[in-house]
Ligand binder design. Structure first.
Ligand code: SF4
Length: 372
């Protein structure tokens, strides 16, 4: 399990050893060959070379495909207090958990718009959105979509096995921050304070036979270079250990927290581009997801550089697509329709894909793995 490999102190030391700036004469090849050196501040010339290399690798490995998915929030009930989240327990908001009929209504609306990949999200509320709820609603949703993912609280391995048996394809779980001290500062109460249990979620999901696992850090809780180093180490560990599983990353940025006594570590657009391109070059086959947290302009710019998966038309309140009234988790920035984004994708010479058969070719392999 990764908690036996991860070293907070070791990551701090690697982060401290980064230079203030990369040597002006260093090539991208040299920087990529030296551990973590690609995360040193780069000159404009070096960043441009990195972006070009990233774009080339992406087209070589993924062709012209851009995959699309849509999030569906099932609930905004949550017993955790996280400084950055609109669903935090201490916040006085309108709470709601979707009924079976709400779920069917929302899925019908989304599939009519053309979405085939759906990511289900919830807060973490014992008795309301736990395994019995998941086991009840997955059979409702699974036959209606081509691919199904979940971004919910970390679960036990046996729970993931049960969800795989119900047709779950992917799990998204962000560590939020790999910086243990900052993690405790931003996760004030609730089960989410268990840093190590969260850190080993990908192990449990992979052991259970989940086909695709998306990890990442919520950029802004610690220095982005610290998160990048930790994420590189985590991905190296996971890809070597669980070679049957597909891994992907996201780099969600937060822009505000509710606890104004805590400082954020802002990440600029340029630094986000740097991160995406560096990960593409370090992990050529890695899926990289970009959400509607980012603006249309930035998403358009990143499409060709390294991104493989995008969300569209996202609403972050439970059942928002069918008009259920409940509060949202955060504001999105790209409000374009799926059709409009697909037009931009085509404009850039890419093919928009709403249904990816890859998982289905691989599913039997993973099922036999999970039941052994
Ligand atoms: S980030 Fe997740 S766990 Fe934390 S308050 Fe929000 S929904 Fe709950």
């Amino acid at each position: 399990m990764y908690d036996q490999v991860f070293s907070f102190e070791g990551t701090l030391a690697k982060h401290a050893s980064l230079a203030d700036t990369a040597p002006e004469t260093a090539s991208i090849h040299e920087l990529l060959a030296t551990p973590y050196a690609i995360f040193n501040p780069l000159s404009d010339h070096q960043l441009e070379a990195l972006a070009q290399k990233s774009a080339t690798i992406t087209r070589q490995r993924f062709g012209h495909v851009m995959r699309f998915f849509v999030p569906l929030y099932l609930s905004n009930e949550c017993y955790n207090n996280c400084t950055y989240c609109g669903f935090s327990y201490g916040r006085d908001i309108q709470r709601y958990t979707l009924t079976d009929q709400d779920i069917v209504d929302n899925i019908d609306i989304l599939t009519k718009k053309g979405f085939q990949h759906v990511l289900l999200l919830t807060g973490e509320a014992a008795k309301t959105v736990e395994m019995p709820y998941f086991k009840r609603v997955l059979p409702l949703i699974r036959p209606r979509v081509a691919q199904l993912g979940m971004e919910v609280q970390p679960l036990d391995e046996s729970d993931y096995r049960d969800l795989v048996a119900l047709g779950l394809d992917s799990v998204t779980v962000y560590q939020e921050t790999y910086h243990k001290d900052n993690y405790l500062i931003h996760h004030l109460s609730g089960k989410k304070r268990r840093f190590d249990y969260r850190l080993t979620t990908a192990d449990r999901a992979a052991n259970a036979g989940i086909f695709r696992i998306n990890i990442g850090a919520l950029l802004g809780l610690s220095d982005w270079r610290f998160e990048a180093i930790a994420l590189v180490d985590h991905l190296r560990y996971l890809t070597q250990r669980y070679w049957k599983t597909q891994f992907s990353v996201s780099f969600p940025r937060i822009t505000s927290i509710f606890d104004s006594t805590q400082r954020l570590f802002p990440v600029s657009d340029q630094q986000l581009v740097h991160l995406v391109c560096a990960f593409r070059c370090l992990f050529p086959d890695l899926g990289i997801t970009l959400s509607t947290r980012e603006s249309a302009k930035l998403r358009n710019g990143l499409m060709r550089l390294g991104i493989t998966d995008m969300s569209a038309e996202s609403l972050t309140s439970p059942g928002g697509y069918s008009g259920v009234e409940a509060d949202a988790q955060f504001d999105t920035a790209d409000h374009r329709s799926l059709v409009a984004i697909q037009a931009e994708v085509a404009n850039q010479g890419l093919d928009a894909v709403v249904k990816d058969w890859d998982a289905h070719f691989s599913t039997p392999v993973m099922h036999s793995h999970s039941s052994s």
